[in-house]
Design a protein around this ligand. Structure first.
Ligand SMILES: Cc1cc2nc3c(=O)[nH]c(=O)nc-3n(C[C@H](O)[C@H](O)[C@H](O)COP(=O)(O)OP(=O)(O)OC[C@H]3O[C@@H](n4cnc5c(N)ncnc54)[C@H](O)[C@@H]3O)c2cc1C
Length: 367
């Protein structure tokens, strides 16, 4: 079998890459290991991402116009999301909808698992295990969109991404009408715990750099949020999973592009990955279309590098201790900072000058 581009993984990154390539009449095939998979995920996507990426919002969803931040000392800040909202989706439906759009644009899709890659002079051969047997697929380029546990990275001896460990699940019979972010070193050291509305009930979880303590942290969070850790047994789909911690270690190597979680494209501090994985898939596809692999890194850096650097600095400074988070909380009480943050978060195409203003504000503070 021969294609121009083989996309490994049909999550948000892979599906959007395939759509863009197919729209430019490129011969593209997506290999997805588990088309009915439900990715552990809060499913929160800024509404502006749908316009930015021209994705019709056809699937069922919940729309939220407010976030609530809880500081370690139980101070509470509610922020209205002016100029946008957060759309919460079911990942099984969302991913499958994106794949359908790619297919209707002309991409092919097969169910299968990438098991081997061999380099060729001008391309590569990928072995894919399908329900019918192993197929060798020759391609000019491969797009690795196979998530945080990327098989492609492993097959190419690229060390795995650094990551934050999450323990998350769902409660069917609890509701909330805002996205709640809870901070404290006691239950989410260097990260946060969350309660987000979902299609049925809420999704909850906690993120930490200490996987072994994750269960203990989640229990502490449940006590803080619900006054009981016994409700742990009512959590549905309780699963541990990793989120990449952005380190910018790889974009492109030997005709392989690394996009989405496989390339570590998750915003530090907020740990927002859906939008950035879609954008990285789109940029990699554009680089192929324009015949310039290095364009992928250039496009990505031009658009996102400064905000990722800033968010990483904020994460590494303010999430180090509860006292420091309280300082950040004080800053967030200023309308000017709230507006600038929401603009960065919701209006993904915010101008470079607003990012620079934001960076300067924090730089002044950090000095
Ligand atoms: C608990 C949790 C909560 C989160 N909440 C949010 C949130 O609210 N908002 C947000 O923006 N981000 C969130 N994220 C991050 C977000 O889920 C990811 O960044 C995003 O899913 C990355 O998309 P992707 O396409 O790169 O990878 P994935 O969504 O992981 O997709 C990878 C695909 O590749 C397939 N695959 C893997 N290996 C192979 C193989 N060998 N062969 C073939 N196919 C393969 C998989 O089946 C999968 O479909 C959360 C993450 C976690 C863990």
């Amino acid at each position: 079998m021969r294609v121009e581009v083989l996309v490994v993984g049909g999550g948000p990154a892979g599906a959007i890459a395939a759509r863009r390539l197919a729209q430019s009449n490129r011969d593209v095939l997506v290999v997805e290991r588990e088309p009915m998979r439900l990715k552990p995920c809060g499913g929160g996507i800024p509404s502006t991402a749908f316009q930015d990426l021209d994705i019709p919002l056809k699937i069922k969803h919940v729309s939220v116009n407010k976030i609530r931040i809880h500081s370690p000392t139980d101070r509470v800040l509610e922020i209205d999301l002016e100029g946008g909202s957060i759309i919460l989706v079911d990942r099984r439906e969302f991913d499958s909808c994106l794949r359908d759009i790619a297919i209707s644009s002309g991409a092919g899709l097969i169910e299968g698992i990438l098991t081997d890659i061999k380099k060729k002079k001008r391309g590569l051969i990928a072995s894919v295990k399908t329900p019918e047997g192993v197929v060798d697929i020759e391609a000019d380029y491969l797009i690795a969109a196979d998530g945080i546990n990327s098989t492609t990275r492993a097959l190419m001896s690229i060390k795995p991404n650094q990551y934050v460990y999450t323990l998350s699940g769902k409660f069917d019979d609890i509701t909330t009408d805002v996205c709640e972010f809870w901070f404290s070193q006691a239950h989410a050291p260097n990260g946060y715990s969350w309660v987000f509305p979902s299609m049925k009930g809420v999704s909850i979880g906690t993120g930490t750099f200490h996987p072994k303590e994750a269960r203990q942290y989640l229990k502490r969070f449940l006590i803080r949020r619900f006054n009981s850790d016994e409700i742990m047994r009512d959590i549905k789909l309780l699963r541990g999973y990793k989120i990449p911690y952005w380190s910018e270690d790889i974009y492109y190597k030997d005709r392989v592009f690394f996009v989405g979680d496989a390339g570590g494209h998750v915003m530090p501090f907020t740990f927002e990955g859906i939008y950035y994985s879609m954008k990285s898939g789109d940029f990699a596809a554009q680089a192929i279309i324009e015949g310039s692999p290095n364009l992928f890194k250039k496009l990505w850096r031009k658009r996102f590098y400064s905000r990722f650097r800033l968010m990483k600095a904020i994460q590494e400074y303010f999430l180090k201790s509860d006292d420091r988070f309280e300082q950040l909380f004080n800053l967030f009480q200023r309308k000017q900072i709230q507006d600038a943050s929401m603009q960065l978060w919701l209006r993904k195409d915010s101008s470079k000058s607003s990012i620079i203003r934001y960076i300067n504000f924090f730089r002044k503070f950090l000095h």
